[in-house]
Design a protein around this ligand. Structure first.
Ligand code: PYC
Length: 330
């Protein structure tokens, strides 16, 4: 049996985004969080088939646009990545929104503005256009907050390490320079890929954050190696996700977590702008829209601005006769 998926492929700040424009499964659920659970239970083979080799690669990510579940929103987004079906993905949102608008898959109720449902909650989007293209997307993300500070772990091959844990749509272990980690370039991609699974495993053994409004969002999934910028209001990161990926973009949910992290220590104020560069030096502009309260926790509402570009249309088959129909990882 052959399943056909009509995709728009592209990237946001260098990280891949595969919008599945045709072939999405019908999902059950009264919210995108419930639809995510249904997708994971019944259709995860679509994610692995489209994201893993031989149809994808270690960094592959993307998603689907669904009809909204509520009358006050424009659409729902579901994210698929090598790392799973994330509650929220910033670079994914920028890419999915760009490609969906450019191909008429989302018709905004108000030009330049969208309200979208994602598994992590409701997000706002504003965008600009020019020459028939979407030129820039700003996400008003779900509230971000710091879940734990000063978590002491021992990382094989590195030694003692102290990390903080912050939420920006996913839970991040934030590693700042310490011990043998002096800068991203000195540490290098290979060592980041070697150390990050160990950091994540050690943090998971030490703490298990659970989102106060949705228990299906739990546990540290990503590691953000933070590097202070050369000037105030700027920084760089390497975000590790899945089993082998360093985000090529500055990571929207990671940037949101970092904004909350810096704000919690008084290093950024509400209204402040923060230019966040990725490992490959592509850039998102982050900002703190306002302070808020998330079920009794001090939190912020992050703004993330970036842009995406499509690289082509891709009709992909997942054929059950293919021994690798569900994809593979080595
Ligand atoms: O941009 O939020 C993001 C993201 C999550 C994983 C990779 N990128």
């Amino acid at each position: 049996m052959r399943h056909t998926f009509f995709c728009v492929d592209g990237h946001t700040a260098g990280n891949p985004v595969r919008l599945v424009a045709g072939g999405a499964p019908l999902l059950r659920g009264a919210s995108m969080s419930e639809r995510r659970q249904d997708f994971l239970a019944r259709f995860d083979w679509i994610r692995t088939g489209l994201c893993f080799e031989p149809r994808g690669h270690d960094m592959m990510s993307g998603g689907f646009v669904y009809p909204p579940t509520r009358p006050d929103t424009d659409a729902g987004l579901l994210f698929i990545e090598t790392s799973g079906c994330l509650p929220m993905c910033g670079h994914g949102t920028i890419g999915l929104v760009t490609f969906a608008l450019e191909h008429g898959l989302i018709v905004p109720r108000e030009p330049g503005r969208l309200t979208l449902e994602v598994p992590a909650g409701t997000i706002g989007v504003t965008y600009t256009t020019g020459g028939g293209r979407v030129t820039s997307v700003t996400i008003r993300n779900v509230p971000a907050y710091v879940a734990a500070t000063g978590v002491e772990i021992d990382v094989p091959g590195f030694g003692p390490m102290v990390v903080d844990v912050a939420y920006g749509g996913n839970f991040y272990a934030i590693v700042e320079p310490q011990g043998p980690y002096r800068s991203l370039d000195e540490l290098g991609a290979q060592r980041i890929l070697d150390l990050s699974p160990r950091v994540r495993a050690a943090v998971r053994a030490a703490c298990h954050p659970v989102h106060p409004l949705d228990v299906t969002i739990a546990g540290v999934s990503h590691v953000l190696w933070a590097e202070p910028g050369d000037e105030p209001g700027q920084g760089r990161n390497a975000v590790f996700y899945g089993d082998r990926a360093i985000d090529r973009s500055p990571c929207g949910t990671g940037t949101s977590a970092r904004l909350a992290h810096l704000w919690s220590r008084g290093a950024l104020q509400a209204g402040a702008r923060f230019a966040h560069d990725s490992f490959i030096r592509s850039r998102f502009i982050g900002a703190i829209d306002c302070e808020t309260d998330l079920a009794g926790r001090p939190a912020i509402v992050p703004l993330i601005t970036g842009s995406a570009i499509s690289t082509g249309l891709n009709t992909i088959w997942i054929d059950r006769e293919d021994v690798f129909w569900q994809g593979f990882q080595v």
